[in-house]
Design a protein around this ligand. Structure first.
Ligand SMILES: *Cc1c(COP(=O)(O)O)cnc(C)c1O
Length: 230
């Protein structure tokens, strides 16, 4: 039951932690059901699928639902989602951030983005290592991107049953997040820091992620059931 799972999860979340319902591969009807249960943030990981659902669910969007993009985003697809996406969790290269900036400016918007940090054991092409992310922040290049607001960090833990390993990955992401925030986004008296989001935690590891300081958990399977990839 979609409504039941959403209630179960949100009741367990400490204040300040928000749920992103990951609706990829699930139909608009499932999103409507979650929306009716009070869910407002939805995560998708394919630009074309998001584009279809955005058109189909325009009414919910007008009423306050928000689309988050959480998967690997190819630069040539940014233009499809730039006019309406609310947060991109998966900004994984300087080049992608530049393209998001370009399309945001074109759409007359500022798009909030999270730096995707690679902390897991698996080999992957995607994400900044902590060193690369610090070098990028240090370069100051992001300050020229007037259409992008860097809003925090996203990370995935190693895909393992070893909860100590998962916790270690999440803690590394949290340490990076805190260091970046204090070194590059210090709040002033007049302006609070905009670098506030730490997106960590999926169906199998969100309890650990919340323990480690996550502010956004991204949950698909627990809410919507198994995905049908056909
Ligand atoms: C699919 C996906 C999720 C949701 O995973 P579940 O295990 O189904 O909760 C979360 N984050 C990202 C980046 C994803 O691609």
């Amino acid at each position: 039951m979609i409504a039941e799972e959403i209630r179960r999860i949100t009741e367990a979340l400490p204040e300040g932690v928000r749920l992103v319902a990951v609706s990829k591969y699930h139909p608009a009807s499932a999103i409507r059901e979650a929306y009716a249960a009070g869910q407002r943030l939805f995560g998708e990981s394919h630009a074309q699928e998001l584009q279809r659902k955005h058109a189909e669910l325009a009414q919910l969007e007008a009423e306050g639902m928000e689309w988050h993009f959480i998967g690997h985003l190819q630069t040539n697809k940014v233009k499809y989602i730039a006019p309406y996406v609310s947060l991109i969790h998966s900004a994984d290269s300087p080049r992608l951030l530049e393209e998001i900036n370009k399309q945001a400016v074109k759409a007359g918007r500022t798009i909030r983005c999270l730096l995707q940090l690679h902390v897991a054991g698996e080999e992957t092409k995607f994400g900044f290592t902590p060193d690369e992310a610090l070098a990028y922040l240090d370069s100051g290049a992001w300050q020229q991107l007037t259409g992008v607001e860097l809003a925090g960090v996203m990370a995935m833990a190693t895909n393992t049953d070893d909860s100590a390993r998962i916790r270690a990955d999440f803690n590394r992401a949290r340490l990076f997040f805190e260091r970046a925030r204090s070194d590059f986004f210090s709040a002033t008296d007049r302006q609070p820091s905009a670098f506030t989001e730490l997106s960590m935690g999926m169906t199998d590891d969100w309890h650990i992620a919340v323990d480690c300081g996550s502010t956004l958990i991204r949950i698909g399977t627990q809410i919507f059931g198994l995905r049908d990839y056909d």
